[in-house]
Design a protein around this ligand. Structure first.
Ligand SMILES: C[S@@+](CC[C@H](N)C(=O)[O-])C[C@H]1O[C@@H](n2cnc3c(N)ncnc32)[C@H](O)[C@@H]1O
Length: 282
């Protein structure tokens, strides 16, 4: 097995396992938390446009549904995701939520899927493009799926050092857990697109032009009651959680919860998400 195949396999295992289950379980919390980014992706669409839009790593479907609600009846949205439970959840939502343009969901790997060439007018993603084993191959595949001059509009995380909220749980929990290997900066994962110069290069190498990568800082909020489910189900700590003994879980909650004190305000958890907004043309 090549390193890329191992990484593909690892991401598929994660998103069809503990991470996918957590995103389904916490869907309402996460949708509300990251709604400012959804609003940003939707605002870039012309209201009522009859465009065909691809949402990469669409997860449980919030952004795809919001985009479909903004397009005209002649438009359409396809959400693609590697996670079966997340796509099943997204499909279930379409049965209750009517949208102006039709929306469909596909469980497949966006890096390798044989899209119809030149199909999409617009390709978007909220935090769904940092997990490719070979990003140049993946963005080459997506470019072939885009029609000439189609627009790419992505949101990805900047450096973990600028996103203290996102690393609070693992830092606070570290003294109670076996040492884990340091994060490899460019490896597939939440912060794989932190390096702006690298992202520009890989998009250009994949054939995208007019690449523009600008900082985007967004205020995110959730009720304080959602904090414990958040840090025990998501991220590196959430991944380990199912394998931990009950007494260690209790000690971790007692240690990690107070570490989030700087982010608590009037019954809410508030933090600034430090991201890149990435635009390019096919
Ligand atoms: C952080 S979640 C974001 C989900 C969604 N975009 C949202 O904002 O709610 C990342 C998503 O990317 C998906 N993903 C990871 N690798 C993928 C791939 N190669 N092809 C398609 N989806 C992928 C995961 O299954 C997961 O749903």
């Amino acid at each position: 097995m090549t390193m890329e195949q191992r990484q593909d396999h690892e991401q598929a295992r994660l998103w069809n396992g503990v991470a996918g289950a957590a995103w389904v379980e916490l869907q309402a919390t996460l949708d509300a938390l990251f709604r400012p980014f959804e609003t940003r992706l939707v605002a870039a669409l012309a209201d009522g446009a009859d465009q065909t839009v691809l949402d990469i790593g669409c997860g449980t479907g919030a952004t795809a549904l919001a985009l479909a609600q903004c397009l005209g009846a002649g438009g359409q949205v396809l959400g693609i995701d590697i996670s079966e439970p997340m796509i099943a959840h997204a499909q279930a939502r379409t049965r209750h939520q009517r949208t102006r343009a039709p929306v469909a969901f596909l469980c497949a790997d966006a890096e390798h899927h044989a899209f119809e060439p030149g199909r999409f007018d617009r390709i978007v993603s909220r935090f769904g493009v940092m997990f490719f084993a070979d990003p140049v191959a993946a963005f080459g595949n997506l470019r072939r799926a885009a029609r000439a001059a189609a627009q790419l509009h992505l949101i990805a995380w900047r450096h973990p050092g600028e996103n203290a909220f996102m690393t609070t749980a693992e830092r606070a929990a570290a003294p109670l857990l076996p040492a884990s290997p340091p994060r490899a900066p460019d490896a597939p994962g939440q912060f794989a697109f932190a390096d702006r110069a690298r992202v520009r290069l890989l998009l250009e190498e994949a054939g995208w032009r007019d690449v523009a990568i600008t900082p985007l800082d967004m205020e995110c909020r959730m009720p304080e009651s959602a904090l414990e489910p958040y840090f025990t189900r998501l991220g590196n700590l959430g991944r380990l959680w199912p394998s931990l003994a009950p007494d260690l879980r209790e000690r971790l909650i007692a240690t990690v919860r107070p570490a989030f004190a700087p982010f608590l305000r009037d019954g809410e958890v508030c933090f600034t998400a430090a991201c890149w907004e990435i635009a390019a043309t096919a």
